[in-house]
Design a protein around this ligand. Structure first.
Ligand code: ADP
Ligand code: ZN
Ligand code: ZN
Length: 820
């Protein structure tokens, strides 16, 4: 590189707890292009640390002696320069070190994924075979270098950690080899399949055998029906087994082209070839698109909230908006909650946009994820679908960002770098002049609030496709259900008889309970205390499978025959129901039903999950029971009954969003019923039938819930009428934690200006002990964003002084989703 005196500095975000980027000089003998988005190895406090080039400024902060970076780790950027501003904004908003932000954003396992390629030079070919150092000559890599002329980056990774590295570097200095850094993709190969198409021109008068003509006809038929030129050979031979021979001879005559093509399969293993574009859109879908498409054309930031009841066809709106964005030469980013939902939406997008789609979700191996990432950086994919972290996908300037089920709390990352992907979606679109669509049947109160102030544009889909009715809902008051021996039954007579009827009719049912395990907890009969986790202030949950008591927070497990941790008594009674017990009871009540359970215990892997969903789709399951996992956006046309076993589970939690969440959860489960041709019905069992969340979910009354919630929150100045920051103070020793919390609170009061922001606490967190750590918190409530951040900067500056030599950890959670 010619040493450009102007651009000779590097702004680097180091992956260390440092809030600002640092300035470095390039390596002395740098031959490589240095671009934003590349990783570098830099000196910092006597250590070698990975950093990310953010820019190449033409001046440096004065009065500092600048150091050279050691090494450039990538030959091409891992993210586009356009993204740097986004990262900087994130770091300052979430009060998190920028290098750590970028580290979290990039696909995991990158370090092992980049390697060095060693290639022999002409001079090396002459000199290297004459070497006599036996230590080297014996090695496999040396033979490979001589025979193949190179050492692959997979191999150099291990050499680089040994003394042999020095030898390679000397050889490079001698000009015998070249060493270059390169990204090594995962080993996963894309699936390909033999596909056939008719040649552009062929002489149709040519004499063809009957079998050949028949093969051509079938090829044409499938091609027309699926609107694709190339058709998998498998599809043709399935319809006409004789086609195998026919295709061979037709290929020899150049009438048929045969090619290996990449194929995508849906999560159920079916090949996605047919695109399922509906013939006409509904009036409401059209109306929504009439607002969205012009905004896409204008290329100015426009945020939409798409409020569409369950089964109203939101997906089709997403698909058509995406198609339009692509026509405009822009890219699209689609976020879905976790892997759960990824399945069906992903399939629709792949069916429509084929190989233009890149997938980023936790169902992929790290190699596959990395490959997908590279496809995006290299602009080989212009539609990206993924879960939360896909918000960081390396698209230069996405024209459209879609957040499906925007109310879902899994968009919030709840440890380490705590960000909210939905909020970042809006921000990212605003930076790139894009359109953002937040879609939900039950929007978060905050997002809906923004439509009333004009910040977001509201789009409504009030009706289900084909005017299908929303299900009828019956609420069963469990307090008035007759009990046997004083204990309330798990299933009310109403739910049982409905499940029975549905079974007889051959229709499917869903049964929902938001608690896994067998029993909620074990109570000691002698001292009436629940058995608690050794490491957390949490009751242990009984799991019959494996006969153990399990902590759902830290995973701690003991045998179910353990003694009371308080009085050592061994007479323990299980209390409360979980999905495991539900399955047990249901099997006894309905012995003929085919029952499947979907929760984190039965679905550890994405494949388990898909297997169960597939069985439901195929009608092999009569009753699917489970936790939240069964609520997430599935479209099961034959499900006509939904039972909610206990609707109150979340209502008692000390969290101002408890009512909103309960409403959303019940509405979402309810929305799984009657999505096909037959109408659906729902039975909600509860001990609090009068609670507004339950009542309004019963009446499909989003507006009612919204009004009620906003009134409550306004009076208490909770979001959206303020912003909350939760400062968490944690440590093994309670006295240190308490002391630090007290000092922090004193500082906070000093930094207040005219009682802004409001400071609540310090107080023990609702979960006061987790994973052996005592937890305190300080809640900061601010009405003015800027003042709040100025306050936080000052507080942040003092945090290091309170850590008691690392014994206390203080972290800042901006816009916390859970208050626990
Ligand atoms: P939502 O996400 O709003 O709950 P979906 O997008 O899953 O609803 O749509 C429900 C069903 O309606 C899907 O099977 C979809 O294929 C179908 N659908 C969507 N739009 C149309 C349309 N315009 N005409 C016919 N069917 C449609
Ligand atoms: Zn006891
Ligand atoms: Zn625990």
């Amino acid at each position: 590189m010619t040493d450009d005196p102007v651009k000779n500095y590097l702004e680097v975000a180091v992956s260390a707890p440092i809030n600002r980027p640092l300035t470095y000089l390039p390596p002395d003998d740098c031959e490589q292009q240095l671009k934003p988005g590349m990783r570098v190895l830099v000196p910092l406090g006597g250590r070698k640390i990975t950093g990310y080039i953010l820019s190449r400024p033409d001046s440096a902060p004065s009065g500092q002696k600048l150091k050279n970076i050691y090494e450039v780790l990538d030959s091409q950027p891992l993210f586009p320069a356009e993204q740097v501003g986004f990262y900087k904004w994130i770091a300052s908003y979430y009060h998190y070190p920028i290098g750590e932000v970028i580290k979290t954003a990039l696909p995991a396992g990158l370090t092992q994924k980049s390697g060095r390629r060693v290639v022999i030079t002409e001079s090396g070919r002459k000199h290297l075979p004459e070497l006599s150092e036996s230590a080297i000559i014996g090695t496999q890599w040396f033979s490979s270098l001589l025979e193949k002329g190179e050492i692959s980056s997979h191999v150099t990774g291990s050499i680089w950690r040994t003394k042999e590295r020095r030898i390679l570097e000397t050889w490079e200095e001698n000009g015998w080899i070249t060493i270059s850094s390169e990204l090594v993709g995962g080993t996963a190969k894309a699936k390909t399949e033999t596909c056939c198409a008719l040649a552009d021109q062929f002489d149709s008068t040519e004499d063809l055998k009957v079998s050949e003509q028949k093969t051509i006809n079938i090829l044409q038929e499938i091609s027309t029906a699926t609107n694709r030129r190339f058709v998998p050979r498998r599809e043709i031979t399935r319809q006409y087994p004789g086609a195998g021979k026919g295709l061979k001879s037709l290929a020899q005559k150049n009438i048929v082209l045969v090619e290996e093509q990449q194929v995508y399969r849906d999560p159920f293993g079916e090949c996605f070839l047919e695109s399922d574009i509906p013939e006409t859109l509904t009036g409401e879908q059209n109306k929504a698109l009439e607002s969205i498409l012009p905004a896409l054309q204008k290329k100015t930031f426009t945020p939409f909230l798409l409020h569409g009841v369950t089964g109203s066809g939101k997906t089709e709106v997403y698909l058509q908006a995406t198609a339009f964005a692509l026509e405009q030469g822009r890219t699209a980013l689609v976020l879905v909650p976790e892997i759960a939902l990824a399945t069906q939406l992903e399939a629709h997008f792949v069916a429509r946009f084929g190989t233009r789609v890149a997938l980023l979700h936790s169902g992929l191996s790290s190699g596959q994820r990395f490959d997908q990432w590279c496809r995006i950086v290299q602009e080989k994919a212009d539609v990206v679908i993924g879960a939360r972290s896909a918000i960081f996908a390396p698209l230069a300037a996405p024209g459209l960002i879609i957040v499906d089920e925007e109310h879902d709390s899994s968009y919030k990352q709840d440890d380490g770098f705590r960000y909210h992907a939905r909020d970042l979606a809006v921000l990212r679109a605003s930076r790139s002049g894009g359109v953002v669509i937040l879609g939900s049947a039950t929007p978060s109160v905050t997002s809906y609030f923004h439509t009333t102030t004009g910040k977001y544009n509201l789009l409504n889909l009030y009706k289900r496709i084909e005017d299908r009715p929303l299900p009828t809902v019956e609420v069963v008051n469990m307090q008035s259900v007759k009990t046997v021996s004083g204990r309330a039954p798990v299933f009310s007579p109403a739910l049982i008889s409905n499940l029975r009827e549905n079974l007889v009719r051959g229709e499917q049912s869903l049964v929902f309970l938001n608690r896994r395990g067998y029993a909620n907890f074990m109570i000691c009969r002698d001292c009436v205390q629940a058995v608690q986790c050794k490491h957390c202030q949490i009751s242990l949950t009984l799991h019959r499978t494996g006969n153990k008591l399990l902590c759902h927070y830290c995973g701690f497990a003991v045998s179910s025959t353990t003694a009371c941790s308080n009085c050592q008594s061994t007479s323990l009674t299980p209390v409360g129901v979980g999905t495991e017990r539900l399955e047990h009871q249901l099997t006894e009540l309905l012995p003929d039903a085919r029952i499947a359970r979907l929760d984190r215990d039965t679905c550890r892997k994405r494949l388990d999950y898909i297997k169960i969903l597939k069985a439901v789709h195929k009608g092999e399951i009569d009753i699917l029971l489970g936790t939240q996992m069964i609520t997430k956006g599935h479209h099961f046309p034959n499900v006509t009954l939904v039972g909610i076993v206990l609707a109150d589970t979340g209502l008692g939690l000390p969290d101002f969003r408890a009512g909103e969440r309960t409403f959303q959860l019940i509405s979402q489960v309810t929305g799984r019923a009657g999505r096909g041709e037959k109408p659906g019905r729902v039975i909600i069992q509860t001990y609090q039938p009068e609670h507004y969340s339950i009542n309004m979910a019963k009446n499909h009354d989003y507006a009612g819930m919204y009004t009620r919630e906003t009134e409550l929150r306004k009076s208490l100045a909770y979001p959206p009428f303020s912003r909350i920051v939760n400062v968490k103070i944690e440590g093994i020793e309670d006295t240190y934690v308490q002391d630090a919390a007290g000092r922090l609170s004193n500082l906070a009061q000093k930094f207040q200006k005219r009682s802004e922001p409001e400071i609540l606490g310090p107080a023990p967190a609702p979960l006061a002990r987790l994973r052996d750590k005592y937890r305190w918190q300080l809640l900061i409530k601010g009405k003015k964003l800027e003042a709040l951040h100025t306050f936080l900067y000052r507080l942040e500056g003092e945090i290091a002084t309170l850590s008691k030599g690392g014994k206390v950890k203080i972290s800042i959670d901006v816009d916390p989703e859970y208050m626990m």
